[in-house]
Design a protein around this ligand. Structure first.
Ligand code: SF4
Ligand code: SF4
Length: 241
């Protein structure tokens, strides 16, 4: 698991360290937390992206925008987003099922440790590859990495071949996010410096000028292309066909 330089407190307060410890127990490779806020910058970026038609046939992205940009519109009383990552290496083919079952296991531990009211009793609060959550953004908010020129989350040690999952808590967490990694949707690729391997490897030109064009992306038309991730130096320990 990604090392967290935050001591685990012994009095079981709702801290980042204690949440990460429970996430580690259920098998996640990394965990972070972010206080809930409305993602105004992302709303502007996404609205512009959708207005240009770059989302292709993903019509669902043009719906439920309020919920997507503001977790309190999705889960009343939301205060914290817990973000967990599972490496491709540990997820198997049916990653939705695996990540969701791990999130439910983590939720059970959180309730047992911190009380049933830690999550909403009435609204869905567990998400994995779900349209209403800007998952990649919440990964960055939680300090789990940055967004590369391939438009994927890049975790400092796990790279981009990770599956995220989230639990929205109705309680605030004591302490801060994992690290000082800061980037906005408009900062895509800034941490890649002068590397452009993913841009060169993309067979269709879907990645260009800091834009990802879903209409041209094979992963969204045939669901099988990982070229822009396989060439990334941050994924050097893993390669998927
Ligand atoms: S998944 Fe394939 S087609 Fe899509 S952006 Fe990456 S390299 Fe290009
Ligand atoms: S291949 Fe290079 S430019 Fe692309 S995401 Fe990885 S580091 Fe960034």
């Amino acid at each position: 698991m990604y090392k967290v330089d935050i001591p685990i407190s012994k009095d079981l307060k709702l801290t980042l360290g204690n949440i990460c410890k429970l996430a580690q127990e259920v098998g996640f490779d990394a965990c972070g937390v972010a206080p809930v806020r409305r993602l105004d910058d992302d709303a502007q970026f996404m609205d512009n992206w959708i207005a240009q038609g770059l989302h292709g046939e993903m019509e669902y992205l043009a719906r439920n925008c309020d919920k997507r940009y503001d977790p309190t519109a999705l889960v009343p009383g939301a205060q914290t987003v817990v973000v967990c990552l599972l490496s491709f290496e540990h997820s198997g083919r049916d990653y939705h099922r695996k990540v969701k079952s791990m999130l439910y296991a983590l939720e059970a531990k959180l309730k047992e440790t911190f009380g049933e009211d830690i999550v909403s009793a009435t609204h869905q609060h567990i998400f994995c590859d779900s349209a209403p959550m800007l998952e990649r953004r919440w990964c960055v908010e939680a300090g789990l990495g940055w967004i590369g020129k391939n438009h994927q989350l890049i975790h400092p040690t796990l790279g981009s071949l990770v599956h995220p999952g989230e639990i929205v808590l109705n309680k605030a967490v004591i302490g801060n996010r994992l690290s000082g990694i800061e980037s906005q949707e408009s900062d895509i690729g800034q941490q890649c410096t002068d590397c452009h391997l993913c841009l060169d490897a993309c067979p269709t030109g879907a990645l260009r000028n800091n834009v990802w064009d879903a209409r041209e992306c094979i992963a969204y038309t045939t669901h099988h292309c990982l070229e822009c991730q396989n060439v990334c130096p941050h994924n050097k320990q893993l390669r998927y066909e």
